[in-house]
Design a binder for this molecule. Structure first.
Ligand SMILES: [Zn+2]
Length: 101
């Protein structure tokens, strides 16, 4: 019997994963992407927290901001990601752990 996760549960799992992304490995990223995909969960800006090529979470990426673009180079495979820079991007580097109930 396959355990079916509700979308809310899946989203919680994805959020939890992303909160500690720095301590994850590419295998974990792959798994969470599959989970997000199967539940139609959009990662949005959180996609920028890991390399889309080798799926390694960025730890010490080379970040270059030029004009309106931000460029991040993966320290693992050297793949360069580029996107339009906006201040709303939250790089969750300081593992803000929300305290709740
Ligand atoms: Zn990479």
């Amino acid at each position: 019997m396959k355990k079916k996760m509700s979308k809310a549960e899946a989203k919680m799992e994805v959020d939890e994963f992303l909160r500690h992304i720095k301590f994850r490995d590419p295998e974990g990223v792959k798994k969470i992407l599959r989970l997000a995909n199967s539940h139609n969960i959009k990662l949005g800006d959180d996609r920028k927290l890991f390399c889309k090529k080798c799926l390694s979470p960025y730890k010490h990426p080379k970040i270059v901001i030029k004009n309106e673009f931000i460029r991040m180079t993966c320290e693992k495979c050297g793949h360069e990601s580029r996107w339009r820079f906006k201040w709303s991007i939250k790089i969750k580097s300081h593992s803000e752990v929300e305290e709740c109930c």
